[in-house]
Design a binder for this molecule. Sequence first.
Ligand code: SF4
Length: 559
Amino acid sequence: MAAATATPSTTLSKPSSLPFNHTRAFPKTLPIFPSPPRPAVKPLFLVSSKNPLSDVLPVQRAEDSAWEDEKPREECGVVGIYGDPEASRLCYLALHALQHRGQEGAGIVTVHDNVLQSVTGVGLVSDVFNQSKLDQLPGSLAIGHVRYSTAGQSMLKNVQPFVAGYRFGSVGVAHNGNLVNYRTLRSNLEDSGSIFNTTSDTEVVLHLIATSKHRPFILRIVDACEKLKGAYSIVFVTEDKLVAVRDPFGFRPLVMGRRSNGAVVFASETCALDLIEATYEREVFPGEVLVVDKNGVQSLCLMSHPQPKQCIFEHIYFALPNSVVFGRSVYESRRRFGEILASESPVDCDVVIAVPDSGVVAALGYAAKAGVPFQQGLIRSHYVGRTFIEPSQKIRDFGVKLKLSPVRAVLEGKRVVVVDDSIVRGTTSSKIVRLLKEAGAKEVHMRIASPPIIGSCYYGVDTPSSEELISNRMSVEEIRDFIGSDSLAFLPFDSLKKLLGSDSPNFCYACFSGNYPVEPTELKVKRVGDFVDDGLNGSLESIGGGWVQANRNQIKVGS
Ligand code: SF4
């Protein structure tokens, strides 16, 4: 193996600074945000929800489920728009752009005549919304959410945004992330008389706002957020304000942009801004609270100022390559990951292919650096959902074959490098290697554009328990043997950190290192088998189900 040549990239965009030089208007003396008079007789919010699956027979999940079920699951996507008469339609389009971050549910809340109106549903954005649903959502102020359930069961009442009325008005909330002190907060609130309607960690935020003693309303949000621990990028909507908050560690992304008519837009990724022709302005900084109303945009910040710990997995897998996340181009990051693999783990080969879609950019980087052609050796079907009818006779690797088709003309007789973004349990990788060999590949060399995953995520990414992670149980050589490839190499952890340069300390690497920046005090991990694998473990129904205590010895705190 060649020596590493990784140096801080000059091609990556400059890391964003993480300043706190914006106005700190906390403590609570703000003479701002006088509430406008509200009509006394109007309901505070209207809700319309429908589960599109309820019209049909219960859907059986095939045991041999989709191949990407082994991947860590995206968390959620949020969007907020202030000051555009087409707010709900823009929200709907932005949610389409964020659909890769969650496919189990979607919702939009708008404000019209000081009333919050909500439409939510189970399924894809296109399942939930149609013309008449969007017609029910007038107004120039809106928030939206696409959901993958990382906490709370996957059911309609857990689909966000949530809307709640409290003594002085109503508020809607859409949350991306996972709170590590959810159970403590919830039980404290329940002890004080709060009644919960969902199993989502986001609901505690609403209760904390409702029970806060602070005035004006914006300081209730600040007060509530300061009680949260863990990952949260949240947009709130009230009768007259849009509020965006990012947790002090900045685990999950949140960006701000502006449309040419002056409308302010917040979104989880810049790809959503691009779609609705909003110009990217900047990130919402870790620990920042941005308030948008008729007076403009005001920046406050939370009390805690730790070193940021932004999720590196956004660059490895979750975000779309056309997004800029944490001030960096995701495409450039992935291309460099591939180049590093080619430099540090070269192998004689005839062709470089990718496991589509998330391995494609790294494979392009590998091929360019190695001087070997990149070809499409695996074709992905984009039309297979998570449910399908199994053949009556068991076909080996059925789920993977349904999603990925090998191209014999590219593979036959060739020494193939196949690049994937990560290995979780290893079962899908073994099926891919087998597919490639059955299609005639002479040699299969697996290259992984991330370090080995050894720990679960507690900050909003659905990973299996650490016992199920193959890199937690086996050496690289043992994994190679298990998946049946001729060679296997991961992106070296040190090279990843070198690539990030001086920005490296601002990233979370806990799933690669086991060093958790925020102690997961409640130590929740899913039961073995609860994570939906590629047909070998668990069932989709069990997502978000029971939790068991993790082994405290697995948890290290600190960077
Ligand atoms: S543990 Fe891994 S997936 Fe979770 S926030 Fe940290 S880097 Fe991201």
